[in-house]
Each structure stands twice: as structure tokens, then as C-alpha cells.
Design a protein around this ligand. Structure first.
Ligand code: PA5
Length: 352
């Protein structure tokens, strides 16, 4: 296992400095706010619904917007992760088409449907086909900086959506993102590579997860999106299989699934439970009842708790911690967190 306190060993395993991008996330959020506030927008009517098109590291931006809007907005929103738009997308829908590369097939396909349906579209991308088509079609393009892998660009991809929507509906949504910055700065300072494992909970959790399959449980809303992001980061950065689910739904199915294969799960599966200060009290109770019933079926059970107030803050808090854990897990295993070769191979094969 690579020593996570050895910065020169980290640099060898992580030649593109993915960890540096994670450490710099608060600055990315600052810049993304400026980008979202500064982009030229035509006069757009407040929408009656919002759809975010995007896959993988880009599509998570729609889930973030959904968490942000969840408790405060009468306007329904959905993330479209596929080729087909739901039937309700129409002229009164605001559609954000998000693709870091600008060349993702599913997003380009659903973008064309949004154009056909007369929706108002805003593209968020570094360029590619999406920027070309949106410019040609006369839609605003939020241009974000290139040079990252998409999942390291969550700030650039998600924050402009919140800022732009705030401008369209006349609400200071950007201020809600600004409020997150002290928390993110604190996270960057306390979880970065220079903080030794003895004082760094992200390094310590990563070390415990080496050679284990992580199962991540959250709670519906921000906790569920955070658990999904953790799972995806374990897949793409750490290159391990991972699974996520959420309370209360998992109480109605998943809890039954540990009766068989106990030998396998209790030697190889690590359960990480994401808790939030804002969790529904019934979910708190559910977790307290459920864990004693299943904890023997896991190799280890870890709890991560966010004390952040509000859905968006707890989401960013948990996601940021998870991004560090997945990156450190990659490095501890001696695995470069940046490349995602199989994703590129599938895309190339589909393009021929
Ligand atoms: O993290 C990744 O690289 C992927 O999940 C991509 O985000 C996904 O394949 C979609 O590509 P793009 O973000 O360029 O639209």
C-alpha cells in the first residue's frame, strides 16, 4: 500500500494531479459562480419545469440542482440520463444540456429533442459538438474551462446551473452557493495531502477501504445523491466495484439480501453510512434500528456525518469528503485516479 503521507509517492501514482484538482475545488466553485453570473442570457421567462441533460460526471450536475431545488421550488426538475426526454418537456421547460466534452452521444440526442420541442436551452460545456450546435441554434453557451476529467469539474458543471436559474427566476441563488465556500475551504485545508493520516479522516477511511467493496448508504434527497457520487468516484477514481442505496427505500428490499453469501460479504464488503444533521428524524431512527440487524454481515461499518445546515451544504460537504476518500483509495492502491479507459473505449466503439 502507498503511504498517503508520502507526497512524492502520491505524485508518482497521480501524474495528472487529480488530487490537486480535488484540493482546488473551492476555487473552482468561486470561478464557476463568476462564470454563471457573467454569461450573456437572452430574456427568458421563468420556466414551469427544468430538465438537465447529462451523463456521468456531467449528469451529476442535474442531481445537484435537483437537491438545491427540492425543498424550495414549486418548479419540478429532473435529470435526463439517456437518449429520451420525458413527455412533459416542452416550450415552457428550461433545459440545461451539460457535457464536459460536448461530445456525449446521449446528451446530443436529447438536446436535439429539446430543440424540436421548442424548449429554452442553455448549454454548459467546454466546447465540442454541443457548443457548436447550441451556438448555431442561438442558445446561450456557458463555456467552462477544459483540461480536467469531467468528474473533477463538478463545480464548473453544477454551479452555473444554480446561478443561471437564479438569474432567470429573479432569486439570489448564487448567494446560496457563496455560503458554502467557508465550509469547502475548511475541507480543502483539513483533508488535503499535507495533513497527515493521523489528523486526516479521509486518508484514514481510504486506508480502511483497501481491498474491500464499498457499499454506500445515504438518506433520501442530498444523502442519496451524495451516496451515488461516492459510488461513482470509487468506480472511476479508485477502479473498484461499489454500490449505493438510501434510507428509507433500502428498508423495503436491500436489508433482506444479507442472509445468504454472509461469508463473502463479511470478509469483503465495507459499509459506509452517510448521515446528515438535517436527516429526517424517522430516517435517523431507521438507521439506528437497521444497522445492528445487518452490521455483522459486513467486514466493517463506518459512519460519516455532516453537520452542515441545509440540503445543498450537506450535499457538498459529503461529496467533498467522498471525493478525497476515493482519490486517496486510488493512490493507496497504487492506481492513477485520472484515466477511465473503458469509458473511452465504449465511446470510440459506438462512434464507428
Ligand atoms: O467521468 C467521466 O469521465 C464520465 O462519467 C463522463 O462524464 C461521461 O462519460 C460523459 O461525458 P461528458 O461529461 O464529456 O459529457
Amino acid at each position: 500500500m502507498i503511504d498517503l503521507d508520502d507526497t512524492s509517492a502520491i505524485a508518482k501514482v497521480d501524474p495528472d494531479d487529480f488530487l490537486g484538482d480535488v484540493e482546488a475545488f473551492p476555487d473552482q466553485v468561486r470561478e464557476a459562480l463568476d462564470i454563471g453570473q457573467g454569461v450573456d442570457l437572452p430574456d427568458l421567462r421563468p420556466p414551469s419545469s427544468v430538465a438537465v441533460l447529462g451523463m456521468g460526471g456531467s449528469g451529476i450536475s442535474g442531481d445537484v440542482l435537483g437537491v438545491f431545488l427540492g425543498p424550495r421550488s414549486p418548479v419540478p426538475s429532473a435529470t435526463v440520463k439517456g437518449y429520451e426526454l420525458p413527455a412533459w418537456v416542452g416550450e415552457d421547460t428550461l433545459v440545461f444540456a451539460t457535457s464536459y466534452s460536448g461530445n456525449t452521444e446521449e446528451t446530443l440526442t436529447s438536446y436535439e429533442q429539446a430543440v424540436e420541442r421548442g424548449a429554452s436551452v442553455v448549454a454548459v460545456t467546454t466546447g465540442g459538438e454541443l457548443a457548436d450546435r447550441a451556438e448555431l441554434d442561438g442558445f446561450p453557451v456557458v463555456r467552462i474551462p477544459p483540461g480536467l476529467v469531467p468528474r473533477a469539474a463538478m463545480g464548473y458543471l453544477a454551479v452555473p446551473l444554480i446561478a443561471v436559474l437564479g438569474r432567470i427566476v429573479g432569486e439570489s441563488y448564487a448567494a446560496k452557493v457563496e455560503e458554502l465556500l467557508p465550509m469547502l475551504d475548511e475541507g480543502s485545508g483539513s483533508l488535503g495531502r499535507k495533513v497527515p493520516a493521523s489528523e486526516n479522516p479521509a486518508k484514514r477511511l481510504a486506508a480502511k477501504l483497501v481491498a474491500r467493496i464499498p457499499f454506500i448508504y445515504g438518506t433520501s434527497g442530498a444523502g442519496e445523491v451524495a451516496a451515488y457520487r461516492w459510488k461513482c468516484q470509487f468506480n472511476e477514481c479508485s477502479k473498484v466495484p461499489a454500490h449505493h442505496h438510501s434510507f428509507p427505500e433500502l428498508n423495503h428490499n436491500e436489508v433482506v439480501g444479507f442472509k445468504e453469501l454472509t461469508e463473502l460479504t463479511s470478509s469483503s464488503v465495507a459499509l459506509v453510512v452517510l448521515r446528515r444533521a438535517g436527516d429526517h428524524p424517522r430516517n435517523d431512527k431507521r438507521i439506528d434500528i437497521t444497522l445492528p440487524l445487518i452490521e455483522d454481515e459486513f467486514a466493517l461499518v463506518e459512519k460519516v456525518r455532516s453537520e452542515a445546515k441545509g440540503e445543498l451544504a450537506s450535499l457538498f460537504d459529503l461529496v467533498y469528503f467522498g471525493d478525497f476518500v476515493a482519490t486517496y483509495l486510488a493512490i493507496a492502491q497504487g492506481v492513477d485516479p485520472s484515466p477511465t479507459e473503458i469509458i473511452s473505449r465504449v465511446k470510440s466503439a459506438l462512434a464507428t
